[in-house]
Ligand binder design. Structure first.
Ligand SMILES: Nc1ncnc2c1ncn2[C@H]1C[C@H](O)[C@@H](COP(=O)(O)OP(=O)(O)OP(=O)(O)O)O1
Ligand SMILES: Nc1ncnc2c1ncn2[C@H]1C[C@H](O)[C@@H](COP(=O)(O)O)O1
Ligand SMILES: [Mg+2]
Length: 181
């Protein structure tokens, strides 16, 4: 699952899990759980996320790998949200874990994403849902993460959905892409 901050990745993942039963792993959620644990590593991660920067590749890949292994016996398939955030992360995933069968690209305009995150910030409790950090996350998305989409387009596995539409209509496009797998 790829898309900018606030594009609707988490929203669509919830609906995918409800319909298809895949194991949803969100790199952001895994990192926030580590922060919430109060560990020393969590404190370092919090400082990075608060600035809208990316945490080190090894940290996030190890967390995803451990979470995948923990569900290996029961999983019908994995839905990974928020990873890869840069091309190098995609390459390392393939070396250490395997090749993805599809990249769902949740596409929304920058202005839409900012509006959604400012609104979400009223209730989310996420320390990175503030104007300054949102701007940094968006800039980093365009610089580091958009090239990931081009990388997988070269493999023919990108399916783009229009996340300017209402949630259920976006999900209609998502379901069509998954059903064609
Ligand atoms: N299609 C949509 N139309 C209107 N609002 C939407 C739509 N999809 C999501 N939202 C709302 C729900 C949230 O309050 C907010 C951000 O959605 P969310 O799914 O949390 O984004 P995300 O997971 O891509 O962001 P992040 O990368 O910050 O975690 O926008
Ligand atoms: N794949 C990732 N690599 C580095 N840093 C990450 C990754 N996924 C999440 N993060 C950090 C940086 C993000 O701004 C925050 C929040 O992630 P989100 O997907 O928006 O919940 O976590
Ligand atoms: Mg999310």
């Amino acid at each position: 699952m790829a898309g900018g901050p606030g594009s609707g990745k988490g929203t669509q993942c919830e609906k995918i899990v409800a319909k298809y039963g895949y194991t949803h792993l969100s790199s952001g959620d895994l990192l926030r759980a580590e922060v919430a644990s109060g560990s020393e590593r969590g404190k370092q991660l919090q400082a990075i996320m608060q600035k809208g920067e990316l945490v080190p590749l090894d940290t996030v890949l190890d967390m995803i790998k451990d979470a995948m292994i923990a569900k290996a016996d029961v999983s019908k398939g994995y839905l990974i949200d928020g990873y890869p955030r840069e091309v190098k992360q995609g390459e390392e995933f393939e070396k250490k874990i395997g090749k993805p069968c599809m990249l769902l690209y949740v596409d929304a305009r920058g202005e839409t994403m900012v509006k959604r995150l400012m609104k979400r910030g009223e209730t989310s409790g996420r320390s990175d849902d503030n104007e300054e950090t949102i701007k940094k996350r968006l800039d980093l998305y365009y610089k580091a993460t958009e090239p990931v989409i081009a990388f997988y387009e070269g493999r023919g596995i990108v399916r783009k959905v229009d996340s300017e539409l209402p949630v259920d209509e976006v999900f209609g496009q998502v379901a069509k892409a998954i059903d064609a797998l």
